[in-house]
Design a protein around this ligand. Structure first.
Ligand code: NDP
Ligand code: MG
Length: 396
């Protein structure tokens, strides 16, 4: 094994997963080299990361933000190159001397650099579930053709991955089905009749996990679990009926594999993303993550309940999208991204998120050919966003 540091790019380094990744990296001096970082709005935090980790390159979405970072980087005497735009993001993710890419951008915006990393055969640590929900077969084909190693970071998928043998060719023979656990979010016991009055601040206050705003709202609607069902379909090559969801409010069991012989394998831990992140970074080894340990003696109970379809209608949309025409999962994702953004901006109510998602999925025909490419998916994403925006205008 080579002893040189693993050269790592973090897409979305200023987010919740991005900062936790740098936290794990900082615990292992000499093991990782931060080769590249990217951010969107949090320029000050990116600069702080530049000072501490001295990446060779950083990417920002606009020339204005890049200019500010360039000036500050020069003042600090750093050699960091500051680049701009989606193409630069793809080039950073696919650069020849990069070993690993942590995909921690939120939303479909992360799909192009994920595909670039996959095609370049990188070790791809995937937190950005929307990229796989949109990319689907094209994404998995890029992984296979590029010879990339796809490592799930989403805690449920990391749990399933940790319960399976390293030899992927054995998975299909072993798995009867998988059980994704869900916390149920902040509204698990709230009267569904009152959900229309939920505010953004209430929706992002997750009981167990500290996460970015979009995924926090997704957890409150359980659209997060719908996206995760679709993500699991691709990561583990399963049929929709092989993916079950159970509510487990304590978030201690992160998911389970039910084997063909009835044996159930589970992965447990405190709800801290540093565990799946550390596993992705060190696979197949294990390194210190910095997460607090489970204390079995102080654990009162592990409980389970079925998801209530009236409270969480969004969960059903995963199966509808997986069984729908090709491209339906991309349509669902696009609708949900614009609906969640509108909810966070205060322009639609909490329960309207589901109406927008369901009606976009129902009303927009994806018309995606089996031989589609990235541009076709991006065009479909644009069409679905426009359709959902129009629906929201009508709702107001
Ligand atoms: P955050 O919102 O905290 O961070 C998102 C990151 O992406 C930030 O660095 C942000 O930049 C950047 N970003 C946002 N929009 C764009 C864009 N259009 N182009 C380029 N960069 C962009 O999200 P999380 O860290 O919570 O989540 C990241 C991904 O990981 C999501 O797909 C989420 O579903 C998934 N995930 C997250 C978990 C968690 O615990 N947080 C758990 C499991 C999965 P900036 O901050 O500078 O604006
Ligand atoms: Mg998850």
């Amino acid at each position: 094994m080579s002893t040189r540091p693993q050269r790592l790019v973090i897409l979305g380094s200023t987010g919740s997963v991005g900062t936790s990744t740098l936290d794990v990296v900082a615990r292992h001096p000499g093991r990782f080299e931060v080769a590249g970082l990217s951010s969107n709005q949090r320029v000050d935090l990116l600069l702080e990361q530049c000072r501490r980790f001295q990446p060779r390159v950083v990417v920002l979405p606009t020339e204005e933000r890049a200019a500010a970072v360039r000036a500050a980087v020069a003042e600090l005497g750093l050699a960091t190159e500051v680049r701009v735009g989606a193409q630069a993001l793809c080039e950073m993710a696919a650069a020849e001397d990069v070993d690993s890419v942590m995909a921690a951008i939120v939303g479909a915006a992360g799909l192009p650099p994920c595909l670039a990393a996959a095609r370049a055969g990188k070790r791809l640590l995937l937190a950005n579930k929307e990229a796989l929900v949109v990319g689907g077969a094209l994404f998995m084909r890029a992984v296979a053709e590029g010879g990339a190693t796809l490592l799930p970071i989403d805690s449920e998928h990391s749990a399933i991955f940790q319960c399976l043998p390293e030899d992927r060719s054995a998975w299909a023979r072993r798995i009867d089905h998988i059980v994704l656990t869900a916390s149920g979010g902040p509204f698990r016991t709230r009267d569904p009749e009152t959900l229309h009055t939920v505010t953004p601040a209430q929706a992002v206050a997750h009981p167990n996990w500290v996460m970015g705003q979009k995924i926090s709202v997704d957890s409150a609607t359980m659209m997060n679990k719908a996206l995760e069902v679709i993500e699991a379909r691709w990561l583990f090559d399963l049929a929709p009926e092989q993916i079950k969801v159970v509510i487990h409010p304590q978030s201690i069991i992160h998911s389970m594999v039910v084997c063909r012989d009835g044996s159930v394998l589970a992965q447990l831990g405190t709800p801290d993303m540093k565990v799946p992140i550390a596993y992705g970074l060190s696979f197949p080894e294990r390194i210190e993550s910095g997460a607090p340990r489970l204390d079995f003696m102080s654990m009162r109970e592990l409980s389970f309940e079925p998801p209530d379809a009236r409270r969480f209608p969004g969960l059903q949309l995963a199966t509808a999208a997986l069984r729908g025409p090709l491209g339906s999962t991309a349509v669902l994702n696009a609708a949900n991204e614009v609906a969640v953004a509108a909810f966070l901006a205060g322009t639609i109510g909490f329960t309207a998120i589901h109406s927008v998602n369901a009606n976009t999925l129902e009303g927009l025909e994806p018309r995606l050919g089996a031989d589609h490419r990235l541009d076709d998916l991006l065009e479909l994403d644009r069409r679905a966003r426009a359709f959902a925006q129009q629906l929201m205008k009508e709702l107001r």
